[in-house]
Design a protein around this ligand. Structure first.
Ligand code: ATP
Length: 297
């Protein structure tokens, strides 16, 4: 049996390596394909450095012209302010962030950053100005240091540590077997969803972008982790123009404006207290989540 075990074990390792390589290749092609969807205009400009406001001006969008995904979306985020978008699964929330990153161009209307239409901004300049904390962070099969430094490869070691501290990751890293040199990812230490999210926050903080997009993870978290994430989120958003795509309403209570999206349309908007007083869709979602959380506690 042992004679069979070794080759079988080897095959298992080989299979995992090939699967990872295929995933990487697939990801690369997806990126390349997306890159080709939009092109820089010949007269595209650089975004000026510093804070910038964000405006969705009557934006409509469809991946397939037969099926509209966003219809006539209007909102403004003043420099340094936070706007949150909430809504059921499939409402179109993540599509907003894909349009902002210009993975696709709007079908109608316009998105403006610092008063300039996204289609007039160089894509490299646009992507430099926006930091995204995605739902599911991709970790490279490399050290945790490398994974954070990816946010700004030229950053110094001290800057990486400062970003890790701000994302409440530093003490966790010091407890790892090889500290900042610990290998993470598919072939290294597997991090939990919350830990990966903190790596993404550290990356974004290191990048120090004027615009921050936070695409919250869907999975239910215990209330302690939830509070920690809330604190990290608020720290990361400080002084930046922030768009939060939220699943847990408790993380958006302090947003300057909350937008409720349903089937690609804005059905309610306002502050947390205004929306609760309105007793509409947001209030219903809030009551439901409070009940779910008390059941989990
Ligand atoms: P969730 O809360 O589940 O993340 P969401 O509100 O972020 O959902 P989106 O991901 O923006 O929703 O998707 C909005 C709609 O667009 C959905 O009906 C989805 O099926 C569709 N959609 C998303 N991505 C694509 C795509 N690449 N091609 C075609 N349709 C898509």
């Amino acid at each position: 049996l042992i004679q069979l075990y070794i080759p079988l074990n080897f095959l298992g390792v080989l299979y995992r390596e090939i699967r990872q390589a295929l995933t990487d290749i697939e990801r690369m092609f997806t990126l390349l394909r997306t890159e080709r969807e939009v092109q820089d205009a010949p007269d595209a400009v650089e975004l000026p450095a510093g804070p910038a406001g964000l405006r969705f001006d009557n934006v409509s969008f469809a991946y397939d012209p037969r099926r509209p995904v966003l219809e006539h979306i209007n909102f403004d985020i003043q420099p340094g302010h936070t706007v949150a978008v909430v809504g059921h699964s499939g409402a179109g929330k993540s599509t907003l962030s894909r349009l902002l990153f210009r993975f696709y161009d709007v079908s109608d209307g316009a998105i403006q950053l610092g008063g300039t239409d996204l289609r007039k901004i160089r894509q490299a300049s646009l992507r430099k100005a926006i930091g995204i904390v995605p739902q599911d962070t991709v970790l490279f099969n490399d050290s945790i240091l490398y994974n954070i430094q990816y946010g700004r490869p030229e950053a110094s070691h001290d800057e990486v540590i400062a970003a890790a501290r701000a994302a409440q990751l530093h003490d966790f890293i010091l407890d790892l077997p090889d500290g900042y040199e610990t290998k993470v990812g598919e072939r290294g230490l597997k991090l939990s969803g919350g830990e990966k999210q903190r790596v993404a926050i550290a990356r974004a903080l290191l990048k120090n972008p004027p615009i921050l997009v936070f695409d919250e993870a869907t999975s239910a978290l215990d209330s302690k982790t939830e509070k920690a994430i809330q604190a990290q989120l608020e720290a990361a958003a400080k002084g930046r123009t922030a768009l939060i795509i939220a699943h847990r309403l408790s993380t958006v209570m302090n947003a300057d404006e909350i937008i409720v999206l349903e089937s690609g349309q804005v059905i309610e908007r306002g502050s947390h207290s205004t929306l609760l007083a309105k007793n509409g869709a947001y209030a219903q979602m809030w009551t439901l989540q409070q009940q779910e959380e008390s059941m989990l506690a």
